[in-house]
Design a protein around this ligand. Sequence first.
Ligand SMILES: Nc1ncnc2c1ncn2[C@@H]1O[C@H](COP(=O)(O)OP(=O)(O)OP(=O)(O)O)[C@@H](O)[C@H]1O
Ligand SMILES: [Mg+2]
Length: 312
Amino acid sequence: MSDAVVEIDNVSKSFDDIVAVDRVSLRVEQGQTLGLIGPNGAGKTTLLRLISTLAKPDSGDIRLLGVSVCEEPRAIRRVIGFMPAEFGSPRNLNIEEYLDFFSCMYDIPRSERRQRVRDVCELTDLRGREDVMVKGLSTGNRQRLLLAKTLLHDPDLLVLDEPASGLDPRARTELRAIVRELASIGKTIIISSHILPDIEDISDCIGILEAGQLVLDGSLDTLRNDRTHTHCVVKLRVPPEETERAAELIEPLDGVISCERVDQMLLISSDEPDGNFILAELLKHNIRIVQFTEDEPDLEEIFMRFTAGKVT
Ligand SMILES: Nc1ncnc2c1ncn2[C@@H]1O[C@H](COP(=O)(O)OP(=O)(O)OP(=O)(O)O)[C@@H](O)[C@H]1O
Ligand SMILES: [Mg+2]
């Protein structure tokens, strides 16, 4: 029996002549956090809506815990919590009333509702604010409330569409901590965001979408270490009077993508697996090397390398 909670199998979805999701296949294992990234219009929201049964694929299928979203959408809705990017206009309710209202919608028995609302407020740091009105909430508290609502029926899989959008740095840090806590209690999470350092921090695996297609996916460690997928980034410091000569030697070398002058350093991006050829060239010309370090590429570099700026 497979450990995959989510199995996306060759799924496509079009709107008239726009192919929003184009033959995407992807798996997410039990307890993992998948970060879904991609430029505007890449198809992230559409894919998350397909997973959450809010739209139907034109072809292909998605199974959650072995159950098909196409065949049994009602069963799926019981095990999934979808947090949309937008907040629907709320009624004139306070936080507790709002969550109680949605507990009814999720068929949570009356006797359990109060405790359930308390639990989700605890998880999302909303305890003590239950009587604050929903209208006029700050963005941080609004995102917490949306997440609390998503957790009410204790779903196994959380699908979060840009939960950190519009948050200030402290609220973002707090949200990351909440997502990590949810992962630590065994939730499987799919999260989309444009904030790549956040995604890098909380995800076990990454999917990069562009123009509807999955251009890259895998565990973060694999993507960072696999030199066929990534390239090396070299930080070079030479004596200041030699910086320009070093740049002129490096720039024309095969395998060098860019060579930027940053402060007194050269920041060299290369599509070779390592920077030895740069080092050899410098030594050949007797350039004195003060510092030569190779960095692991971060998610932003991986993203820039694997997306070409295509839009649908
Ligand atoms: N209901 C719809 N009707 C028509 N076109 C749609 C609809 N929903 C999405 N699209 C189109 O499908 C493509 C993918 O959109 P989607 O919202 O999934 O992208 P996204 O990756 O979530 O973008 P963003 O980062 O801006 O949120 C876009 O070209 C969009 O205009
Ligand atoms: Mg979106």
